[in-house]
Design a protein around this ligand. Structure first.
Ligand code: GLU
Length: 259
C-alpha cells in the first residue's frame, strides 16, 4: 500500500514545546516497521516553527513573519535531524522535500516533484515533506499541512492518507460541549453540508482544525484515496488503521469505494 502520514506538531511535541521523545520514538519505530512490511510511506510533518521556537529559546511563538520564517529555518533542521537519527536506528534513509503551493500549480515543478518522489520510493527512501515556510508568502503558500498532505496524497496516487492529530476523529457534535457526542467511524462522501457544520464559529464540529481536515478528506476521496483522522497519541494505532480494523478513529472512504 502507498500511504501518506501527516504528523501534527501536537503529536511531536509536549505542551511545553519540547520534543515528546517517547511519542516521536514510537512513531518512527512503527513507521519503520510498516515500511519493512512492504508499504510505501511518505511523511508530511509539521513542527518546524515549533522546534525553531524551542531551539532559539524564544518565549513564545513569534507573530511577525521574518521571525516566524527564521524559526522555521532553524526548526526544519532540528526536525530532520530528529527524524534522521530515529529512522537510522531502524536502517531507514530519510529525504527532505520542502514545497509551496506553486509547486502543485506550475506544471514543470509538479512534474519534477512527482519524478523525484517516485525515484525516492524506488530507492527505498522515506520522503519527509513540509511546506517551505521560509520562503512561502501568503500568495503562494498552501497554508496548512492537512491540505498539503492531501495534495501530496493525490499527486502520488496514494491509497490512504492518515492525518495524526490531537483529536480521535470526527464527532457527531462538539465533544467538549455535548457529552452525548459520538465518534463517527465511517464517512461516505464529504458534502457542503458536512463542511459547513465544521466551518462556522462555535458550531458543532468547529474544533481543532476540523475544517482543514474535512477539506483534505474532500480532496482525497474525490481522487480515489481514503483518508483517516486519528489521534497521534498512540502511534501503534497505525497498525490497526493500515490493517483496516475499525475502532477509535474516523475513515473517509474514497468516492469509488462507496458500498
Ligand atoms: N509548516 C508548519 C511547520 O512546520 C506547520 C503547518 C501546519 O501544521 O499546518 O511548523
Amino acid at each position: 500500500m502507498k500511504i501518506v502520514i501527516k504528523i501534527g506538531t501536537s503529536t511531536l511535541a509536549h505542551a511545553t514545546g519540547k520534543l515528546n521523545i517517547k511519542r516521536t520514538s514510537e512513531l518512527c519505530k512503527t513507521v519503520s516497521d510498516l515500511k519493512n512490511a512492504g508499504n510505501e510511506i511518505i511523511l508530511v510533518s509539521s513542527g518546524a516553527i515549533g522546534m525553531g521556537v524551542g531551539k532559539l529559546a524564544l518565549k513564545e511563538k513569534p507573530q511577525d513573519i521574518p521571525t516566524k520564517q527564521a524559526a522555521a529555518a532553524v526548526g526544519q533542521c532540528e526536525l530532520m535531524y530528529t527524524y534522521d537519527r530515529l529512522f537510522t536506528e531502524y536502517d531507514h534513509t530519510v529525504a527532505q522535500i520542502l514545497l509551496t503551493g506553486s509547486d502543485f500549480t506550475a506544471e514543470d515543478r509538479h512534474e519534477n516533484f512527482n519524478n523525484t518522489l517516485k525515484r525516492l520510493l524506488e530507492l527505498g527512501v522515506l520522503p519527509i515533506i513540509n511546506e517551505n515556510d521560509t520562503i512561502a508568502t501568503e500568495e503562494i503558500k498552501v497554508g496548512d499541512n492537512d491540505t498539503l498532505s492531501a495534495l501530496v496524497a493525490v499527486s502520488v496516487k496514494a491509497d490512504l492518507l492518515i492525518i495524526l492529530s490531537d483529536v480521535d476523529g470526527l464527532y457527531s457534535a462538539d465533544p467538549r460541549k455535548d457529552p452525548s457526542a459520538t465518534l463517527v467511524e465511517k464517512v461516505y462522501g464529504v458534502d457542503e453540508a458536512l463542511l459547513s457544520t465544521a466551518g462556522g464559529e462555535g458550531s458543532a464540529l468547529g474544533t481543532g482544525g476540523m475544517i482543514t481536515k474535512l477539506r483534505a478528506a474532500q480532496i482525497c476521496t474525490k481522487a480515489g484515496c481514503d483518508l483517516v483522522i486519528a489521534n497521534g497519541n498512540a502511534p501503534e494505532r497505525l497498525y490497526e488503521i493500515v490493517d483496516g480494523k475499525f475502532g477509535g478513529y474516523t475513515r473517509f472512504f474514497a468516492a469509488d469505494k462507496n458500498d
